[in-house]
Design a protein around this ligand. Structure first.
Ligand SMILES: [Zn+2]
Length: 82
């Protein structure tokens, strides 16, 4: 899932992505004979999401091309993760 669930169960959330940063390690591709890369990019991308509809904020991060994880933020602290 690209975006977190809305605690208010809304389906009209509009997410602003803020402060994207990605680590910069180099992962040299290592291929098997079938052409699969056995050493995929594992750099971590972190950012924040602000919802213009419900006013909530999340911290988000993902590793390589994995699905992102989200932490709901309230008063500057992460109160739940998904
Ligand atoms: Zn929302």
């Amino acid at each position: 899932m690209m975006f977190p669930e809305c605690p208010s169960d809304r389906d009209d959330c509009l997410f602003e992505e803020i402060g994207r940063q990605t680590t910069l390690a180099y992962y040299a591709p290592i291929y098997d004979r079938a052409g699969n890369n056995t050493n995929p990019d594992r750099n971590v991308t972190s950012y924040r999401l602000y919802c213009h509809t419900c006013g909530r904020r999340w911290n988000a991060s993902r590793c390589g091309s994995d699905a992102p994880t989200f932490g709901l933020v309230q008063h500057g602290k992460v109160i739940s993760e998904e």
